[in-house]
Design a protein around this ligand. Structure first.
Ligand SMILES: [Mn+2]
Length: 308
């Protein structure tokens, strides 16, 4: 973490900013913040995400409409945001210089420069500490970074919230982030499909291990009948995990030939469980995709792994 980052940025004519597939608000906010910052600096920048559907309620973020699902630059520097592994970026970045800006404990340091700090609550916090050394923070940048922060900390309620984090939030507000506007957009613009799929998912709720583990299952019919997309289903596992007796919650979502599994816990570190099944993430929030369509069988495997 030195002038190295700035020198690499200066040495490239074009820059491609990218975040993980099925992006959340931290992925989108961090990448849009860096996009603004480098645009202001006068660089030629593009912003891409491999997923064709993005969380629409984030359209209030400056430059949201600039996010494309295809890359135009062929020899650009890659800046990857909030992404623990190369395959989660979706694009083929072999032979490209990558600056890897992230906070996942499971990050496998795939960049030429790796700015990875798992003790920080959001990727935007990592980006801010690095970028503010070289570039001015504008209101647009602050709005994007602040949105990323409140989303990844679930409004300052996660384990990694500390005194310094509030200083970071305060600085962003001073730079022009508007907390009221951000929370309105994050909380009061839910899609109907997300409520409908939540209701269907909760009707499948099962409790295991003395009601300390909760599971919900979402099949293809539920998705088709509600019109829900991936970002409509993001918070469902958190609802299951909020039950008083529950320590671990599991959501299984059938996606074609795969089942996408989200894991949440109140205290237990689940990273090793996610990694065992080929995934990754944070200790209390992680997941994986598994090649099967049999939810029962996969749930049994996960429960077994949790009990070892
Ligand atoms: Mn994040």
């Amino acid at each position: 973490m030195s002038l190295e980052t700035k020198a690499l940025i200066d040495s490239y004519k074009t820059i491609t900013i990218v975040s993980h597939i099925e992006p959340d608000a931290d992925a989108i906010g961090t990448s849009l913040g860096i996009y603004s910052l480098l645009k202001n600096y006068g660089k030629q920048v593009e912003i891409v995400n491999y997923s064709s559907t993005l969380p629409e309620h984030l359209d209030f973020l400056p430059n949201f409409s600039k996010i494309k699902s295809k890359m135009s630059y062929e020899k650009s520097l890659i800046i990857a945001c909030d992404c623990g592994s190369l395959d989660r970026l979706g694009f083929d970045f072999s032979c490209r210089d990558i600056i890897n800006i992230d906070h996942h404990e499971t990050n496998n340091l795939y960049g030429k420069i790796n700015i990875v700090n798992p003790s920080l609550a959001s990727a935007s916090y990592v980006a801010y500490l690095e970028m503010k050394k070289y570039f001015p923070i504008t209101a647009d940048v602050a709005t994007c970074f602040y949105t990323a922060l409140v989303s990844d900390t679930q409004y300052f309620t996660t384990n990694n919230v500390d005194e310094d984090l509030f200083i970071f939030a305060m600085e962003l507000i001073k730079y022009g982030a508007n907390p009221k506007k951000v929370s309105f957009n994050l909380n009061s613009r839910r899609s109907l499909a997300s409520v409908r799929i939540l209701s269907k998912a909760l009707s499948t709720l099962q409790l295991h291990n003395n009601a300390t583990i909760a599971s919900v299952k979402i099949d293809n019919n539920m998705i088709l009948s509600t019109g829900a997309n991936m970002s409509d289903m993001v918070g469902i596992v958190d609802v299951a995990c909020s039950l008083v007796t529950v320590e671990v919650a599991i959501a299984l979502i059938v996606q074609g030939d795969y089942i996408k599994v989200s894991l949440r816990s109140k205290h237990k570190n689940l990273s090793t469980v996610a990694q065992y099944f080929g995934g990754g993430g944070h200790p209390n929030a992680c997941g994986f995709s598994y090649a099967t369509t049999n939810t029962e069988e996969l749930l049994d495997k996960i429960l077994q792994k949790l009990n070892t």
